[in-house]
Design a binder for this molecule. Structure first.
Ligand code: SAM
Length: 385
């Protein structure tokens, strides 16, 4: 499992149960990131469309959402074995991310240079290419020297970074094959005819995924950009901005997205760490839909727990809050089904190790239920409009 800020690994079973409780067979994951949620839904028999603006997410989507039993896995294994046999050499990746920055150690960076150059010389279908790039991305992640973000370094080379990089074939995901795009979610939203449920997991604060995962972006694109700063970020990190990262632009972007989605069902996850007031978000989703709400408490990403360091190994960030709460909103046209899905999600949070803040569904209005301390898997009626 690659390390990803805001990844819904812990919430995946709850989301899977919520979707299974609804009458849907097609889902669009508009902010797919690692594609973990799409994988969970695919496994449960749902056809997934996976979308994200990140190039690495598109590669992961080809590997885990679009690949199907027709995919020539023998060829993919052959290509991976060939890549593993290549001797390393110094190239852009080694110079930039092992010498000037410290993402992986040079003995692995040299092999990454050789493997990544070779991938572009091999004739591969989009799915085969996605599988091979995913294999390289995941292998690099297993020997990196970060605490989950690619803009800060751990104090010394991490223990795992001493190991030799080793590519593995990405595991096939059972279930119907889906599709993948790399589009702005707000541009995609009005085109989603025929999709029954949209899952929204947008960035929820100022932390830009494009900057935090710039090494993966450069590794997949292989465009050798000019860089700046101690982490050697791509210069276009200074100009590539998501409206969801702006304090003032995030709410209008989300409101426009919800308004333009013509799908009957919505599931939205949001963190208590984010910009938006969750009650206001619930009201937005409640315009024309019934809304259920499940609050889940779990530990924060590792960087928050160990602090961050600069290139000299000096601590430059402090240890932050150790726990987060994520809220799942389930919205749709049928109050009974919304309550059923919220209850299923709340029940599923137990075995994951997360601590649900409420486990039993309660009828009534979610906002007042929360204030009065009643169970937090709750249903609301559609608001006006
Ligand atoms: C909270 S993460 C999603 C995590 C994902 N659910 C997972 O489990 O891995 C938010 C994602 O939104 C993507 N993103 C940011 N702005 C976007 C936009 N305007 N349209 C589509 N994707 C966007 C980021 O690249 C990032 O992968």
């Amino acid at each position: 499992m690659i390390k990803y800020l805001g990844s819904k690994r812990v919430l995946a079973p709850a989301l899977g149960r919520a979707v299974a409780a609804l009458p849907v067979t097609t889902v669009c994951d508009l902010f797919a990131g690692t594609t973990r949620i799409g994988q969970e839904l695919r496994r449960s028999g749902v056809t997934v469309h996976s979308n994200d603006t990140a190039t690495y997410s598109e590669a992961l989507g080809q590997a885990y959402i679009a690949a199907d039993p027709e995919t020539d896995r023998a060829r993919v294994r052959e290509v991976i074995a060939h890549l593993m046999s290549l001797p390393g050499y110094d190239g852009y990746f080694t110079e930039t991310f092992c010498r000037r920055a410290r993402y992986v150690q040079p003995h692995n960076g040299r092999r990454i240079d050789a493997m990544r150059d070779e991938i572009d010389r091999i004739d591969l279908s989009p799915v085969e290419r996605g599988l091979v790039l995913t294999s390289l991305l995941e292998a690099a992640d297993r020997v990196d020297s970060t605490c989950g973000l690619q803009m800060a370094f751990v104090k010394q080379w991490s223990p795992r970074s001493h190991r030799d990089i080793a590519l593995r074939e990405p595991e096939p995901v059972p279930g119907p094959a889906g599709t993948v795009t790399r589009l702005d979610a707000n541009a995609l939203a009005p085109t989603l005819d025929g999709v029954e449920l949209a899952y929204l997991d947008p960035p929820y604060n100022q932390h830009s995924y494009f900057s935090n995962y710039h090494v993966w972006e450069t590794l997949v694109r292989r465009d050798a950009p000019e860089t700046y700063g101690i982490a050697c970020k791509r210069v276009d990190c200074q100009t590539t901005k998501s409206p969801y990262n702006g304090r003032r632009s995030a709410w209008p972007a989300l409101a426009a997205l919800v308004e333009n989605l013509r799908v009957p069902w919505l599931i939205v996850s949001f963190s208590d760490d984010g910009y938006h007031d969750l009650d206001e978000l619930q009201a937005l989703l409640g315009e024309g839909r019934h809304v259920g709400r499940v609050d889940v408490d779990f530990p924060r990403y590792v960087g928050a727990r160990i602090g961050i360091h600069n290139g000299n190994g000096e601590k430059v960030g402090s240890v932050g809050r150790l726990r987060n709460s994520e809220t799942l909103f389930i919205a749709g046209p049928d109050a009974r089904l919304v309550r059923r899905a919220a209850a299923a999600a709340a029940r599923a949070t137990g075995p994951t190790g997360a601590t649900p803040t409420g486990s039993a569904p309660a009828a009534g209005r979610g906002r007042s239920a929360r204030r009065s301390g009643t169970p937090t898997a709750a249903g609301t009626r559609p608001g006006p409009g």
